[in-house]
Design a protein around this ligand. Structure first.
Ligand SMILES: [Zn+2]
Length: 249
């Protein structure tokens, strides 16, 4: 988790991680946009001074100098996990998962139903403010199915709503008992914290992601000092620009 939770889904996700209070506090230090990092986008590869790197702990942090400038960062609460093998990561119990799989029926069982939904499913979609771009008034199931056959009407949200409605009607609705609906199973007892840095090497003309794999609570003063130093270095590089407009000589 890279952002301080703001809605109930994110709070549930955070609860499941079993994070310590200081970790949650650290999330509040993060910049607004934390969706980049090692193994993501162009940080997936690179060579030499552009190759993503990992270090074990805060004591291995690279010294800041004109070859290593930290320009961005975020803390991430992590807890190692693997996909739940009982529900294939769907988080659904067996009966509900079958209804969900049958929607497109990629296995050709003959139970496909994405273009054959029932009126109670249409009602549920309408109540959830779906179908509104295609229909001014609540349509019949026949109208929705006919339109679905001619163009793409249902997205993943519609599918979820229809699956839940049908599974409840059939009395099978529920989450996977093994993973309690998460779709994955934790391999660690509790969370640990990682730090993602973006390091520029101006004299080498490149940059890369640097990951600190385990930050301890006792490391936090050192880490915050490090980030403060990085911030000052960034400020200092731009500190003379006002002079151009202010210099009246
Ligand atoms: Zn499961």
């Amino acid at each position: 988790m890279r952002k301080y939770p703001t809605d109930e889904y994110e709070k549930e996700e955070l609860d499941a991680l079993k994070a310590e209070p200081w970790m949650i506090k650290a999330l509040k230090c993060n910049p607004d946009y934390p969706y980049w990092g090692n193994y993501e986008d162009y940080m997936i590869g690179g060579k030499g001074w552009a190759e993503r790197a990992e270090i074990e702990s805060a004591s291995d942090l690279w010294e800041l100098n004109d070859l290593n400038e930290v320009v961005n960062f975020y803390f991430e609460i992590c807890r190692k996990h693997h996909e739940c093998e009982y529900c294939d990561g769907s988080g659904l119990n067996a009966g509900t998962k079958q209804i969900s799989d049958d929607w497109y029926d990629f296995e050709n069982t003959g139970r496909q139903w994405y273009d054959n939904i029932t009126q109670d499913e249409v009602d549920a979609l309408w109540e959830n403010k779906r179908l509104r771009s295609d229909f001014k008034e609540k349509p019949t199931a026949e109208q929705v199915n006919a339109l679905e056959k001619s163009k793409f009407v249902h997205d993943a949200i519609n599918r979820t709503i229809c699956v839940e409605t049908r599974a409840k009607r059939l009395g099978v609705y529920g989450y996977c008992e093994k993973c309690e609906g998460l779709g994955y199973i934790f391999d660690e007892e509790k969370a640990h914290m990682e730090l993602q840095l973006w390091v520029l090497h101006p004299r080498k003309g490149c940059s890369r992601g640097l990951r600190v794999k385990n930050v301890l609570q006792s490391d936090m003063p050192k880490v915050i000092n490090y980030l403060q130093e990085a911030r000052k270095r960034n400020d200092d590089r731009f500190s003379k620009i006002e002079g151009f407009l202010n210099d009246r000589r």
